[in-house]
Design a protein around this ligand. Structure first.
Ligand code: NAD
Length: 356
C-alpha cells in the first residue's frame, strides 16, 4: 500500500533543504519505493498564513501520514510574537500531539570530515553512535512543578523527576531493537546511585534484557557518560537515557562531529511512526542563499526508510551515496576545508542523486 509522507518544510533554510531531500526520495520512488507526498504548513510559515504555528490541517495531515519529514522552524521575523504562537511552539505541539516519545539522535562522523571536529581526528574518525532519548516524560513533564513562596518569604523552585515502569519499558524496547540492528551493544545511562526514579530505570532495563539475549547491556552513571563521550566516544554503540540526561548528552555527542549540517534525527511513537528532521534549526542567517548543507535532511530520509518504512537497503544506499559525494571532495560551506570543492545546497542534492 502506498505510504503517505507529510512534508513540512517550515521556515528559513527549511524549504531549501527539504527540496533536496525530496529529490532523493523521487529517485527511490522511480526505483519502486511506494510513497506519496503531501505538503503542510508549520512554524512561522503557518503563523503567517493561518495565525497559528500548528494549524488543525497540519495536525490532521500528520496524524494520517505514515511518516513526517520536517525542515526547521523559526526566524527573526517571529521573535517578538507572544510565546504561545511562536514557530517553535509548533514543533513542541506536533511532538506531543503525536506522542513521539523516542528521540533517536545518531552522531556519525564520516571519516572524510574528521578534521571538522574540535576533538583529535583519531578520537572521533569513524564515530557511529546512536543516542536514544526518552522525549515525553521525566523531569521536563513531571508534576508537581513550579515556583512557590515559603513561609519565611523565600522563593523555591521545584520539579519532579518521575518515570513509570511502562514508560521505561517502551523506550527500552526501542533502544534494544535498535542495538539488535547495529553492533548489539546498549549502554543505559542513569544516576541510580542517587535517584530512585533511575534506580527503577536500571532495574527495568535489566528485566528487559532477558528478552534480548543477543544484546549486551551495560550501565553507566551520567557524569561518567559525559566524560567518556569526550574521552573515548567510539566505545559506545547505542546509549539509552532519560529526557534530561539525553538532552544534554545528545548535544555533547553531536558536537563530536563538529558539523551541525550533517546530523539527522528521528522521533518515534509506539507504532514506529516517526517524524524525521535535521538536528539544526532554520539558520535564518543563511536562508535563501543556496549555501545551507542539505545532508542532515537527506540523512533524515535514510532514517525514515530504516525506522518507519522498513527499507533498510534504500537507507544504506543514501548513506553510501553521501559517503561517495564526500569522497569526491564536494563540500557545502559549513564543512569546507582547503583543497575541497565548494558547492551550494542544490548542487549537493544533485551530487547525492548522481551518486545514488
Ligand atoms: P541553527 O541551528 O538554525 O543555526 C546555528 C548555526 O549553524 C548558524 O550559524 C547557521 O547558519 C548554522 N547552520 C545550521 N544549519 C545549517 C546547515 N544545514 N548548513 C549550514 N549551516 C547551518 O540555530 P539558531 O541560530 O540557534 O536558531 C535559528 C532559529 O532556528 C531559531 O528561531 C530557533 O528557535 C530555531 N530552531 C529550530 C529548530 C528546529 O526546527 N528543530 C532547532 C533549533 C533551533
Amino acid at each position: 500500500m502506498t505510504k503517505k509522507i507529510a512534508v513540512l518544510p517550515g521556515d528559513g533554510i527549511g524549504p531549501e533543504i527539504v527540496a533536496e531531500a525530496i529529490k532523493v526520495l523521487n529517485v527511490l520512488k522511480k526505483d519502486g519505493l511506494d510513497i506519496d507526498f503531501e505538503y503542510g504548513l508549520i512554524g512561522g510559515a503557518a503563523y503567517d498564513e493561518t495565525g497559528t504555528p500548528f494549524p488543525d490541517e497540519t495536525l490532521a495531515l500528520s496524524k494520517s501520514a505514515d511518516a513526517i519529514l520536517l525542515g526547521a522552524v523559526g526566524g527573526y521575523k517571529w521573535e517578538s510574537l507572544d510565546i504561545s504562537v511562536r514557530p517553535e511552539k509548533g514543533l513542541l505541539a506536533i511532538r506531543s500531539a503525536l506522542n513521539l516519545f523516542a528521540n533517536l539522535r545518531p552522531a556519525i562522523l564520516y571519516p572524510q570530515l574528521a578534521d571538522a571536529s574540535t576533538l583529535k581526528p583519531e578520537v572521533v574518525a569513524g564515530l557511529d553512535l546512536m543516542i536514544v532519548r526518552e522525549l515525553t516524560g521525566g523531569i521536563y513533564f513531571g508534576q508537581p512543578r513550579g515556583i512557590r513562596t515559603l513561609e519565611n518569604g523565600e522563593k523555591e523552585g521545584f520539579n519532579t523527576l518521575v518515570y513509570r515502569e511502562s514508560e521505561v519499558q517502551r523506550i527500552g524496547k526501542v533502544a534494544f531493537d535498535i542495538a539488535q540492528k547495529r553492533q548489539g551493544r546498549l549502554c543505559s545511562v542513569d544516576k541510580a546511585n542517587v535517584l530512585e526514579s533511575t534506580e527503577l530505570w536500571r532495574e527495568t532495563m535489566i528485566e528487559l534484557a532477558k528478552d534480548y539475549g543477543d544484546v549486551e547491556l551495560s550501565h553507566m552513571y551520567v557524569d561518567n557518560a559525559a566524560m567518556q563521550l569526550v574521552r573515548a566516544p567510539k566505545q559506545f554503540d547505542v546509549m539509552v537515557t532519560t529526557n534530561m540526561f539525553g538532552d544534554i548528552l545528545s548535544d555533547c555527542a553531536s558536537m563530536l562531529t563538529g558539523s551541525i549540517g550533517m546530523l539527522p534525527s528521528a522521533s518515534l511513537d509506539e507504532s514506529g511512526k516517526g517524524m524525521y528532521e535535521p538536528i539544526h534549526g532554520s539558520a535564518p542567517d543563511i536562508a535563501g542563499k543556496n549555501i545551507a548543507n542539505p545532508l542532515a535532511t537527506i540523512l533524515s530520509v535514510a532514517m525514515m526508510l530504516r525506522y518507519t518504512l522498513n527499507e533498510a537497503k534504500m537507507a544504506d544506499r543514501i548513506e553510501l551515496a553521501v559517503g561517495k559525494v564526500l569522497d569526491k571532495g564536494l563540500r557545502t560551506a559549513d564543512i569546507y576545508s582547503d583543497g575541497m570543492t565548494k558547492i551550494g545546497t542544490s548542487e549537493m542534492g544533485d551530487a547525492v542523486v548522481a551518486a545514488l
